[in-house]
Ligand binder design. Structure first.
Ligand SMILES: [Fe+2]
Length: 303
């Protein structure tokens, strides 16, 4: 199994359909802050990325792209470890994985050779219907078998380990027969996949389902975690007036999520930390300030 932390740097020659590139790439994500890459930040990142040590891209933004976006991505990949994060595979979906989507993903991962590839434990397609949201699924034997088969298929096609991300939940399924943490632990055991722990999602689910986020972290298989996500969420109320958190990635990370990160790192030790900000994306200094705060959280457990 691939190591999931560190900063090993290697040289290789990449064969692309269109060109032969001599490029440096990074095999692993470092236990440093990273940010979700947005093209409007390209110049800022190239000029002064501190304290950001790696970048995450959404796979779907580069699967059909050419020209300037790909050229910029190649420049970034020469300087930074890159994490490819997919949102469109619908790994929790009932049907077969979309072979065309998987082939496009294989092409991207093949030439970019990212330090990490991750996807969500969620579904977004059913038959020919596509949903914008990543929807949760019940935790039972049938879904476990299906998701394990999908993960194994992805890892076989891509020829590498993937990380699976815990979802944000808004309701609990009556059909569930096991906890989310047991479900994830069993997937790791069966497939050899790693996990992406999104502490914002943990906080959202715990608030919405009225459970303890610390208990969730205590029971999470932290040894399998190759990356931690942080992000902002919206705070609303349900019809009874109870707090309802929505995973929006459009605001700063809130203090309870920073505290949950500290709690997690105190148990897991340093991990690669990613600040996600996908909507109402701020200017670079605002995002860099979030990364600086993440750097402080890492410093507290590496001192
Ligand atoms: Fe996330």
């Amino acid at each position: 199994m691939r190591p999931l932390s560190g900063g090993l740097k290697a040289h290789l020659t990449i064969k692309n359909e269109s060109a032969m590139l001599d490029q440096t790439h990074f095999d692993t994500l470092p236990s440093r802050p990273g940010v979700g890459y947005k093209s409007q930040h390209y110049s800022d990142i190239m000029a002064n990325p501190a304290p950001v040590g790696w970048l995450e891209i959404h796979a779907e933004n580069y699967m059909g792209a050419g020209g300037r976006p790909i050229a910029q991505l190649k420049h970034l990949a020469e300087r930074f470890p890159i994490s490819v994060h997919g949102v469109g595979l619908s790994i929790g979906g009932e049907g077969s994985l979309d072979a065309d989507h998987l082939a496009r993903l294989k092409h991207l991962v093949g030439w970019l050779k990212p330090a990490s590839f991750s996807e969500h434990l969620a579904w977004s397609t059913h038959d020919s219907h596509f949903f914008n949201d990543l929807l949760p699924l019940p935790y039972a034997d049938a879904t476990l078998n299906r998701v394990a088969a999908h993960i194994s298929q992805v890892q076989d096609v891509l020829g590498r380990q993937m990380l699976l991300e815990n979802p944000s939940s808004y309701l609990a399924f009556a059909e569930s027969t096991m906890s989310e943490t047991d479900f994830l632990r069993e997937l790791v055991k069966r497939t050899g996949c790693g996990l992406l722990l999104d502490v914002n999602n943990v906080s959202i689910s715990a608030t919405n389902l009225q459970t303890s986020p610390q208990d969730y972290i205590d029971d999470f298989p932290l040894d399998a975690v190759g990356e931690i996500h942080l992000g902002g969420h919206d705070e609303e109320e349900d019809e009874t007036g109870a707090p309802l958190l929505i995973d929006s990635h459009g605001k700063p990370v809130v203090d309870p999520v920073w505290s949950l990160l500290d709690y997690t790192l105190s148990r897991s030790g340093p991990k690669p930390l990613l600040v996600e900000w996908d909507n109402d994306v701020p200017d670079w200094p605002v995002l860099a300030a979030e990364a600086t705060r993440a750097d402080g959280a890492l410093a507290a457990v590496t001192a």
